[in-house]
Design a protein around this ligand. Structure first.
Ligand code: AMP
Ligand code: MG
Length: 489
């Protein structure tokens, strides 16, 4: 059984993309196939693992029914507009529809040069491909909307960055690869017809309810805003820092996209930045909601002509909508944070309770993930494991715990319920930077892929306590701390 494609994006006008086949690679080898995801997509994992499947996933042959293309898009990178970016090292192979009728893009990332490659080679090193596999699948298991990883391959070829590195290829799956930058591409060209086509396409594919609204473009903007507010709240709740929230890396679907220099925080600090190129901290942890709103404003600008004929009226409508972002974000954030504290009901003062705990983490340089995970052990009087995470701050944390326990008395739930709720919202393990680096080093330097497989497996059930995985749960020792990440493109 091969793959049945149905390619809607390829049926859009020709100026939306460049059609081309992937550039073959010399000796592809499948390192991991995501069999659960394959099955969910209605693809046969056995076929994908076969020689024929490998030929397709490596891009060495275009399968029947596929219509490979590089999507055109622009983007604001670190605030500066670049009118042409586009898929420079990726190709949309085609779309598949699962048993539930959900449509998915299959994309080959690292598939060779395209008309959008500029100075790049269109390839990916193995390290970043493994990194994206681990982190995107971990995000999915954590319950964060994200693009997925169907497979990762070694290409058998070298790519040249600062040195020669083994080449890799990631097969990425998404509900849709439309980005804010897709709209900006046509807005920069004053191509109103294209914006209209793209808007209708986005509505039909991602937010069909918006078609019924009196102003569909405004309803699309509202839906994207809702999806982004929800997404960024989830990032904040698991300590995720995207690292490069350029408008070309913001998907209309509300999926996390582009796992370049991203990282999970170890100890909590709102100003945390890992990306080596984010010198101003534009994409720092605590800045992410603000940047999402900024990016949404860039999307809104491209839609003005479809929102109202009168420019002033269009601006007023879009502005009124975007002003709601902080409120929508805060609601999602607080709802998730309440669950992390074991709270099912809402009371005034809950936001302060959360913020005060974060403040204590910051002052005590406490590990973000474990400070929440171990909180349930301190439901009663068993505090040492939690207190050990804070340097100093012992009396302050104890005073906060007393406040928290007092707040919990307003809940009808039993201690058991509270513990269960907390353990379902506070992961025991996240993809820690030092673990990721170790895995990539083993694969790239020693061709040892076992650590990669073990890490992927360990992160598949992040909310389950498992003594055998204790090594993955612990924060880095001082000598293991990773301070900077690189996109490695
Ligand atoms: P990114 O920083 O990954 O969001 O990529 C920004 C732009 O650079 C996109 O247009 C990418 O397609 C392009 N790009 C990144 N890496 C490469 C590469 N190795 N070859 C060609 N284009 C690339
Ligand atoms: Mg990108």
């Amino acid at each position: 059984m091969s793959v049945i494609f149905d390619n809607t994006y390829a049926r859009l006008p020709e100026r939306f993309y460049a059609r081309l086949a992937p550039t073959p690679v010399s000796a592809p080898e499948q390192l991991r196939l995501n069999t659960d995801l394959a099955a969910a997509l209605g693809l046969d994992p056995h076929w994908l693992s076969s020689a024929e499947g490998l030929v397709m996933l490596s891009g060495n042959r275009v399968p029947a029914g596929a219509a490979p293309l590089a999507m055109a898009y622009a983007g604001h990178q670190f605030g500066n507009f670049v009118p042409q970016l586009g898929d420079g090292r990726a190709l949309l192979l085609g779309e598949v529809v699962d048993a539930q009728g959900q449509r998915w893009d299959l994309q080959l990332k690292g598939s060779g040069r395209t008309p959008f490659s500029r100075m790049g080679d269109g390839r990916s090193a193995l390290g970043p491909a493994l990194r994206e596999y681990v982190v995107s699948e971990a995000m999915h298991a954590l319950g964060v909307p994200t693009t997925r990883a169907l497979a990762v391959l070694r290409t058998g070829e070298a790519v040249f960055r600062e040195t020669a590195l083994p080449g890799g290829l990631l097969v990425r799956v998404a509900r849709g690869h439309l980005r804010v930058g897709s709209f900006e591409y046509f807005a920069a060209r004053h191509d109103r017809a294209a914006i209209e086509t793209l808007t209708n396409y986005a509505i039909e594919r991602l937010y069909p309810d918006a078609a019924q609204a009196s102003v569909p473009a405004l309803a699309l903007l509202a839906a994207v805003q809702e999806a982004q507010a929800r997404l960024i709240a989830r990032w904040m709740q698991v300590g995720f820092i995207h690292g490069v929230m350029n408008t070309d890396n913001m998907a209309l679907s509300g999926e996390t996209i582009d796992y370049g220099p991203c990282a999970f925080m170890d100890h909590y600090h709102p100003a945390t930045v890992y990306s080596s190129i984010d010198l101003q901290g534009r994409y720092a942890y605590a800045n992410q909601p603000h940047i999402a709103q900024w990016n949404l404003a860039r999307l809104a600008e491209t839609l003005l002509g479809l929102i109202a004929d009168d420019q002033n009226e269009a601006v007023a409508l879009a502005k009124a909508l975007l002003e709601r972002f902080p409120r929508i974000f805060e609601d999602h954030w607080l709802a998730g944070m309440r669950a992390k504290l074991g709270l099912e009901t809402a009371h005034p003062g809950d936001a302060d309770l959360v913020r005060d705990y974060l403040q204590l983490m910051q002052a005590g340089q406490a590990d973000f993930t474990l400070s929440f995970r171990r909180l349930s052990t301190a439901l009663h009087d068993d505090e040492p494991a939690l207190l050990a995470l804070f340097s100093g701050q012992q009396a302050e944390v104890q005073a906060w715990l007393a406040r928290w326990r007092q707040r919990l008395t307003l809940e009808a739930s039993t201690s058991e319920d509270i513990r269960t709720l907390m353990d379902q919202h506070n992961p025991a393990r996240i993809p820690r930077n030092h673990q990721l680096e170790a895995v990539i080093e083993a694969a790239v330097d020693r061709e040892d892929y076992d650590p990669f497989h073990h890490l992927v497996d360990a992160l598949a059930r992040p909310y389950r306590s498992d003594a055998s995985l204790a090594e993955y749960d612990r924060p880095p020792r001082p000598d293991e701390v990773v301070r900077a990440t690189f996109c490695g493109t």
